[in-house]
Design a binder for this molecule. Structure first.
Ligand code: XMP
Length: 512
């Protein structure tokens, strides 16, 4: 595996992605990870990411200097190279020669790191500081007109560095450089492939669970469906799946989920718990978004816990809690700044303290698209795999303000029409996520000869690669018109439909 240490780069994620695309497992950890932790992972190589700080700044992110002496090849990218420069007694020039965007890299020699590159290559720079001097055992491989050390290597010490970003598409030979490092220098094996991985995962789960049983909460979303299928293939009828209906799900959703797990996957132990009344009672009168999220999170745990306790009494062997956690769900802990502001408290099942279950997370190493590939390999139908993400708190965060049965019914109908038209027109597959939301204000309209005073429905459709940033989807006007007409004509209680054209940031995908 290749370990990526994160110094706060926007691109740390991309580095790990590129390495995985090369068929080698890669993981991101915060830069201050201990040597002991690194020792346990036995990486073939370590990549130091970029970052927005300056290495001489007070409290700038750093790492244990001894990482450079482990004998494991280290590649510093941008800030990573500047940190190496500081550690080995080189010179780092702060803030004088800022470079941003496409530049021309001029090679003096290829060395091991730039093998296969031409004399001149396009690269992408984004830095304020740069390394201007390194000790004599570092070979300078390339420069740009304003950056004297754009690529360097020290083969005896196994230390490498580039000032530019090899992981972005604007550096066309970037993948070649990463390949040179991963295979030519680190000698890593190309063994990260989805088909071998599903077999390996099934075996690992079987071993981990032993003769015991697993209980798992499922939602009908991609992650929990793939995780449950993997577990089912490992331990068969010793898997107990629970689907909690919190009353905040979409039209026909309960039926679809039951159908999928019971009829298609033929799960022997699938339990549907209708807890909608309990949830709606607790949410009655609540308008604050964080308060809603907290109530839903806590109630969910309560309901789930009660079901587990009931099942545990009947089936003694339940010792594990299965979860559909994926890699990006865990990635926040790899951020160097642990004090990043909390925008929304995401509701995912956390282990209730009373339960003495061990957590088992088959997908904790995977990105969403890898999960989809794994699902395909496991023959999970496309309609499940290509489903848009749906948040844990469901429609509660799409009804702004108070949640009532009436508002839920209106939103369900409007959302169903929107999704139906998107699917028919082929735009469902072209968007990351699409849904309707209900604004708790009424506006005046006219229908027939009478005045109406009804709710506003907002349509939101976004494109994105990872939900970290998102753009509003450019849906055709004719399609929007058709959707608006259908909603206003078919859904009682709505007389106005608007389309949301905000980007994330500064908006978010969901409304609350
Ligand atoms: P935001 O609204 O933060 O959403 O831009 C980013 C992505 O996360 C989903 N989301 C959630 N998923 N539990 C989840 O499992 C939650 O509480 C939650 N809140 C938002 C959202 O749908 C989008 O895909």
């Amino acid at each position: 595996m290749i370990l990526v240490l994160n110094f706060g780069a926007q691109y740390a994620h991309l580095i790990a992605r590129r390495i995985r695309e090369l068929g080698v497992y890669s993981e991101i950890l915060p830069c201050d990870v201990s040597l002991k932790e690194i020792g346990k992972l036995k990486p073939d190589g370590i990549i130091l990411s970029g970052g927005p700080a300056s290495v001489y700044e007070h409290n700038s992110p750093s790492m244990d200097r001894k990482i450079l002496d482990l004998g494991i090849p280290v590649l510093g990218i941008c800030y990573g190279l500047q940190l190496i420069g500081k550690f080995v007694g080189g010179e780092v020039l702060a803030g004088k020669l800022k470079e941003f965007g496409k530049k021309e890299l001029i090679l003096k020699k290829t060395g091991k790191l730039l093998k296969g590159l031409s004399k001149k290559e396009q690269i992408w720079m984004s830095h304020g500081d740069l390394v201007t001097k390194l000790p004599g055992d570092f070979e300078i491989l390339a420069s740009t007109d304003s950056c004297p050390i754009a690529a360097t290597e020290n083969n005896p010490k196994k230390i490498y560095g580039i000032q530019f970003h090899a992981e972005v598409a604007h550096t066309p030979k970037g993948t070649q450089i990463l390949e040179n490092f991963v295979f030519g220098i680190c000698r890593a094996k190309r063994d990260w492939h989805i088909s071998s991985i599903s077999k390996k995962l099934i075996k690992e789960m079987r071993k981990a669970v032993g003769k015991n049983s697993v209980i798992m909460g499922v939602s009908g979303g991609v992650d929990s469906a793939v995780a449950a299928t993997l577990l089912h293939k490992s331990i068969g009828s010793r898997l107990y799946c629970v689907f909690v209906d919190h009353g905040l799900i979409r039209k026909n959703e309960a039926g679809e989920v039951i159908n999928f797990f019971e009829k298609r996957l033929k799960f022997k132990h699938f339990y549907f718990v209708d807890a909608s009344q309990a949830f709606l009672e607790k949410l009655s009168g609540v308008t604050d978004p964080e308060e809603k999220r907290k109530i839903i999170g806590h109630t969910f745990i309560e309901v789930f816990e009660n079901k587990v306790l009931e099942l545990e009494k009947k089936h003694r062997g339940i010792k594990f809690l299965g979860q559909g956690t994926i890699y990006p769900d865990r990635i926040e802990s790899a951020q160097p700044n642990k004090y990043a502001s909390k925008i929304k408290s995401h509701h995912n099942i956390t282990l209730p303290e009373k339960m003495k279950l061990k957590v088992i997370e088959p997908l904790k190493e995977f990105y969403k698209d890898e999960v989809r590939k794994l699902g395909k390999e496991l023959k999970i139908p496309d309609e499940i795999l290509n489903r848009h993400p749906f948040p844990g708190p469901g429609l509660a965060i799409r009804i702004l303000g108070e949640i009532t049965e009436e508002r839920l019914a209106i939103l369900r109908e409007a959302d169903c029409i929107f999704i139906d038209e998107l699917k028919k027109s082929g735009f469902y597959a072209k968007t990351w996520q699409a849904f309707a939301a209900l604004f708790p204000v009424k506006s005046v309209g006219v229908m027939g000869d009478s005045r109406t005073y009804e709710y506003i429905i907002s349509l939101r459709a976004v494109t994105s690669v990872d939900a970290m940033t998102a753009d509003w989807a450019r849906l055709p006007n004719e399609l929007l018109e058709k959707i608006s007409n259908r909603i206003i004509n078919e859904v009682m209680g709505v007389n106005r439909v608007v389309y949301d054209i905000s980007q994330k940031p500064p908006a978010t995908i969901e409304y609350e």
